[in-house]
Design a protein around this ligand. Structure first.
Ligand code: F6R
Length: 366
């Protein structure tokens, strides 16, 4: 049932090109220049007239929500707040009937996310679900929604759920931005065409696997690890750190790269591996200077770069290349080597990759 893979997690990592395709199949009609999503089409005025979007989720799904915050604000020009469901529901939040709440959940059963939905509904918000499990409690409790269609995710560490959540949220942001007239027809078409290239580019990103195994072997005995990213890739840094800690039990932290100098830089010495996402768009030069700061403190640098990169290659101890893409789509690619890195380190440490200690696949307790 693991399809020849040693673990479900690895199988699910490798399923991502296909899973992403399944997510946009029938929705992304690039040649016609259309994104078709029934759950949005039927409630378009709710989205277009929303004063803001509130995203609630937990864990990896919360990280997908953070990526979505960048995408929705950038493409659809609507204010977004991303909340841990457990914090949101208990703090007497301000919710009105002009708010759209998007709940993201792979399992569709997370108790805190479900409770946040009920609260938002009581206060009159329109509630939209992004779930993977069909017919799950969250899918039933929301006014409308879109399934990710990633297929069953068995490994406790979430992988394909994350990239397919980002895919669906990108489709939503593009659709809304187009509807609101936030960008040109040509930019819209450029996005649709590039989204269609993503599965093949994820496939290429997966080819870094042998290199990642070598890197994993070097750092498998580390006791700490720092993940840095900026912009769209800051949430990816958080997700990379979560993957490592949950399956390998190595303490890891994700940080916005520029925040490093406000504290975490004190941790850096020759024992500290620092994984830096340094793709060529957005804040490249800024990330390069962050890498220089790490290097001058003798930290070990593992950089995720765009293919053809030269500047970071000069500085980093290890460089993993991913294909070039539009900046807002880079999380779909930069995530891949980080998933593989945590996987290999956990295997090398003899950890139970698919069922890490103390964790459950769906958290139905509050
Ligand atoms: C991380 C992980 C958890 C879940 C979280 C939310 O790999 O699996 O952090 O992401 O428990 O679960 P869902 O998405 O089912 O609501």
């Amino acid at each position: 049932e693991k399809g020849g893979y040693d673990h479900f997690m690895l199988k699910e990592i490798y399923e991502q090109p296909h899973a992403i395709l399944d997510t946009y199949r029938g929705r992304l009609l690039a040649d016609q220049g259309i994104i078709r999503m029934a759950g949005i089409d039927q409630h378009l005025e709710k989205f277009v007239n929303a004063n803001r979007i509130i995203i609630v989720a937990c864990g990896t799904s919360w990280h997908a929500g953070l990526v979505a915050e960048y995408i929705f604000e950038d493409l659809a020009r609507v204010p977004v707040e991303v909340e841990y469901a457990s914090e949101f529901r208990y703090r007497n939040p301000i919710i009105t009937d002009k708010d759209v709440l998007i709940a993201i959940s792979q399992s569709g059963e997370t108790a805190d996310t479900l409770a946040a939905i009920k609260l938002a509904k009581e206060k009159g918000a329109f509630v939209f679900g992004v779930c993977n499990v069909v017919g799950s409690s969250i899918a039933r409790e929301t006014h409308a929604g879109a399934y990710t269609h990633a297929g069953p995710e068995i490994g406790v560490a979430s992988t394909k759920a994350f990239t397919t959540q980002i895919t669906i949220l990108t489709l939503m942001a593009l659709k809304l931005g187009k509807e609101k007239g936030e960008f040109s027809e040509s930019k819209f078409h450029e996005y649709l065409a590039e989204l269609e290239n993503i599965p093949a580019k994820v496939q290429i990103a997966l080819e870094s696997n042998p290199l990642i195994e070598i890197i994993a072997d070097v750092y498998k005995d580390s006791s700490n690890c720092l993940y840095l990213g900026r912009g769209y890739n800051f949430p990816v840094a958080l997700e990379g750190a979560l993957k490592l800690k949950e399956i390998s039990y190595i303490h890891a932290e994700g940080y916005p790269a520029a925040e490093m100098k406000h504290g975490p830089i004190a941790l850096i010495d020759e024992q500290m591996p620092v994984i830096v996402i340094a793709t060529n768009k957005g804040h490249y030069e800024k990330v390069v200077s962050n890498i220089q700061e790490i290097k001058s403190r003798k930290g070990k640098i593992i950089a995720i770069v765009t293919e053809g990169d030269e500047q970071v290659k000069e500085l980093a101890d290890h460089v993993v290349e991913i294909p070039e893409t539009i900046e807002s789509l880079t999380p779909l690619l930069t995530t891949i080597p980080l998933q593989l890195l945590s996987y290999h380190i956990a295997v090398m440490r003899n950890c139970n990759v698919d069922q890490p200690r103390n964790l459950a696949k769906s958290v139905t307790v509050e």
